[in-house]
Design a protein around this ligand. Structure first.
Ligand code: PEP
Ligand code: MN
Length: 340
């Protein structure tokens, strides 16, 4: 529910109105980007009678929001949101509202030498964040599961030496304090997009969160998941399209490029695209990365490995640093063409 306050209402009247609504257990958030005083009501609004609110004279108009998500939706926040990743030693990078960001790195952290070399290479080519899994959600319990806390340490070393912030996936709430200390962007993996306990817990950290679309999730389900993360009022969310499961077997997943303009229409949050998991094959990464940029994505998440054939995870979809460098140049040209 959205309420537009009448121009003649005094500050004291508005304050008392908000107080009365909050007393019913509904939270009231000011909608940004408007000249009029507009508030979004989040929670169970069934006890709030729109007509009697309007009759009181303080509220000019009440609008019902039919979308099942609120905080991530455009009606609560008409302007685009930029998410900024900043910290000591990593400077500041942003994504969304005109800022474009590429996160690149291996599927998993394998060794200090590996992560450092790839971090230096992707940084040189223009990546703004280092990605790399320390805790890996593998379909088979017999596959490499990641280096765990040692992997976080290695990411920290690579971050310190390159100045790149670290984006990495959290699998369990037991590691929240480690991620709070060591990680710049907390990634919620596709398999955990509807792990509501994890979403709430990560939302309390107050860190930027990359929320990946579940392999079988609709766009609205993704936005409802984003609301779980946003609800504690601390986190900033970046949405990530990474392909969905369809009947097609020629690719690992079907990268839903149309999700980009749909998400941008429904939500104010930045949208990144992961063409690596979205296709599953390294030679499809470049065309789909460029398609995502052309469709309006605010950034990309790309798997890069210096020796893909030896990668412990997802080597077949990893591009080499040289291919990544060429891709970054093409991305710049596509963005320039779009801006022209
Ligand atoms: C990853 O980014 O390495 C990953 C496991 O991605 P997803 O959750 O999209 O499968
Ligand atoms: Mn991977």
């Amino acid at each position: 529910m959205i309420i537009v306050v009448s121009e003649t209402a005094s500050d004291a009247e508005v304050e008392s109105l908000i107080h009365n609504i909050e007393a019913r257990g509904v939270s009231v958030k000011q909608v940004q980007g408007e000249e009029r005083r507009v508030f979004g009501l989040v929670g169970d609004v069934s006890g709030i009678d729109a007509e009697s609110l309007e009759r009181g004279g303080i509220v000019e108009k009440v609008m019902k929001v039919s979308a099942p998500y609120k905080l991530s939706g455009r009606s609560f926040h008409p302007g685009d949101t930029a998410v900024t990743v900043a910290g000591p030693g990593i400077g500041s990078v942003s994504v969304g509202d005109g800022h474009f960001l590429v996160a690149a790195g291996p599927c998993s952290v394998e060794s200090e030498e590996q992560i450092l070399k790839i971090a230096q290479d992707v940084k040189r080519s223009g990546a703004g964040l280092l990605r790399g899994g320390a805790f890996k959600p593998r379909s088979s319990p017999y596959s490499f599961q990641g280096l765990g806390l040692d992997g976080l340490e290695l990411l920290k070393i690579a971050s310190r030496k390159t100045g790149l912030g670290v984006m990495t996936e959290i699998l369990s709430p037991e590691h929240l304090s480690d991620f709070e200390r060591d990680v710049d962007v907390v990634q919620i993996g596709a398999r955990n997009m509807q792990n509501f306990t994890l979403l709430r817990e990560v939302g309390r950290l107050g860190k930027p969160v990359l929320l990946k679309r579940g392999p079988s999730s609709t766009i609205d389900e993704m936005l409802m998941a984003a609301d779980y993360v946003l609800m504690p009022g601390k986190a900033q969310v970046i949405l990530c399209e990474r392909g969905i499961r369809t009947f097609e077997t020629a690719t690992r997943n079907t990268l839903d490029v149309s999700a980009v303009p749909v998400l941008k229409k429904r939500s104010h949050l930045p949208v990144m695209v992961d063409p690596s998991h979205g296709t599953g094959y390294w030679d499809l990464v470049e065309p789909m990365a460029l398609a995502a940029v052309a469709a309006g994505a605010d950034g990309l998440v790309i798997e890069v490995h210096d020796q893909p054939a030896r990668a412990l995870c997802d080597g077949q979809q990893s591009i080499t640093p040289a291919v990544f460098d060429g891709l970054m140049q093409k991305i710049t040209r596509v963005r320039e063409a779009l801006a022209a």
